[in-house]
Design a protein around this ligand. Structure first.
Ligand SMILES: [Mn+2]
Length: 193
C-alpha cells in the first residue's frame, strides 16, 4: 500500500509518499542538506520507498521544518500500518558507524513515548543544530504511536552519531513493521494495538 499525505501550515509545507514494502527507493528534498542525508540513509536502510518534499520558514531557523517532517513521517507510518495484523511489533538494532555506536529499540504500541539518551558534542560549530533531532524523533513517536528508545553508547563525531541513529532506527523499524508470514493476528494479548 502506498500512503500519500500532505501537511501544510503557515510555517511548513510537506508532502510524502510512503510504501513500507519497498526497495529502499528515495526522492528526498527538504531544503536542509543534513536532513536530506539522514532521511536518505533512513529510506535505504529501512527498505521503504519514500518520496518526501518539504519546505518552510527556515529563514527563522530549522526547528519548525525538522519537527514537522517528524510529524508527517509519523502520520504516514501510522496510516501505512493500518490494523497492524501480523506485524512483528518490536524491533531493535545496535548499529556501529565508525567510532559511534547507537542502540535503537521500538514498539509499535500506540503508546507514544520517547527515551532519548544522546549527547552531541558542542565543540564544533556545525551548520546543522543536532539538538533538533530530538524534536524530530519526539514528533515521530507521538504521531506514529510508537514507543522509541534511542541511545548513543559512545561516539566522538556528531555526524557519525546521527548517522548511526538514523540507520539503526531504520533497521529497527524495518523489523517491527514486517509481517510474520502465517500470522494474521494483532500481536497483543489485548487483541488491539
Ligand atoms: Mn554521512
Amino acid at each position: 500500500m502506498i500512503v500519500k499525505l500532505k501537511r501544510e501550515t503557515k510555517e511548513t509545507q510537506i508532502s510524502i509518499s510512503l510504501n513500507l514494502n519497498g526497495q529502499g527507493k528515495y526522492k528526498i528534498k527538504t531544503t536542509i542538506p543534513f536532513m536530506d542525508h539522514m532521511l536518505t540513509l533512513f529510506t535505504a536502510h529501512s527498505g521503504f520507498n519514500i518520496e518526501l518534499s518539504a519546505k518552510g520558514d527556515t529563514e527563522i531557523d530549522e526547528h519548525h521544518l525538522v519537527e514537522d517532517i517528524g510529524i508527517t513521517l509519523g502520520q504516514a507510518v501510522k496510516k501505512a500500518l493500518g490494523d497492524k495484523k501480523g506485524i512483528n511489533r518490536y524491533g531493535n538494532f545496535l548499529l556501529p558507524m565508525d567510532e559511534a555506536l547507537s542502540y535503537v529499540a521500538l514498539d509499535i504500541s500506540s503508546r507514544p513515548c520517547l527515551v532519548y539518551k544522546v549527547k552531541y558534542s558542542k565543540a564544533y560549530k556545525e551548520k546543522f543544530n543536532f539538538d533538533l533531532l530530538e524534536d524530530f524523533f519526539q514528533a515521530f513517536s507521538a504521531n506514529a504511536g510508537i514507543t522509541l528508545h534511542i541511545e548513543i553508547k559512545h561516539g566522538r563525531n556528531n555526524h557519525h552519531m546521527a548517522e548511526s541513529i538514523f540507520k539503526g532506527f531504520a533497521r529497527a523499524l524495518k523489523q517491527a513493521v514486517k509481517k510474520e508470514s502465517k500470522s494474521n493476528k494483532v500481536p497483543s494479548t489485548k487483541g488491539k494495538l
